[in-house]
Design a binder for this molecule. Structure first.
Ligand SMILES: [Zn+2]
Length: 131
């Protein structure tokens, strides 16, 4: 069963283990330690905003604000706003309340996992380009 807390963690770039542990900070960024392969990595904070912010984004989007407006207000990209607005609403367009320890439907969890991996791949590609 995938709980909310497990999907807010990044995926290990080396072995794709999905539940690394927090392992201090490097230059203000959270460092993670993979419990599976012992790889240490940091993740851009913007990609892992607290769930409260994601929920706020989804709610503002539901209330009719544009993803650009919301993104500027909350420090998220418009794409991320749309993503969370979509993922955090049920079939009736109601926003999931993340404070309650809800479990996402299985298909949503799987989708989130593949999106996280995609973002990670982009990130790694981008980092190797600017090196
Ligand atoms: Zn790993």
């Amino acid at each position: 069963m995938n709980t909310i807390s497990s999907i807010t963690k990044p995926t290990c770039p080396r072995c794709e283990y999905t539940r690394p542990i927090r392992y201090g900070f490097v230059l203000g960024r959270q460092r993670w330690l993979c419990r599976d392969c012992a790889y240490q990595f940091t993740v851009d904070r913007l990609m892992f905003k607290p769930l409260g912010v994601k929920q706020q984004a989804a709610e503002l989007y539901e209330s009719g604000q544009s993803s650009n407006q919301i993104g500027k207000k909350l420090g998220l990209s418009p794409t991320t706003v749309l993503l969370w607005a979509r993922l955090l609403s049920d079939a009736n367009g109601r926003i999931y309340r993340l404070e309650q320890k809800l479990t996402f439907p299985k298909e949503v969890s799987l989708e989130l996992k593949s999106i996280q991996k995609e973002l990670m791949d982009y990130k790694l590609k981008f980092q190797s380009m600017i090196r």
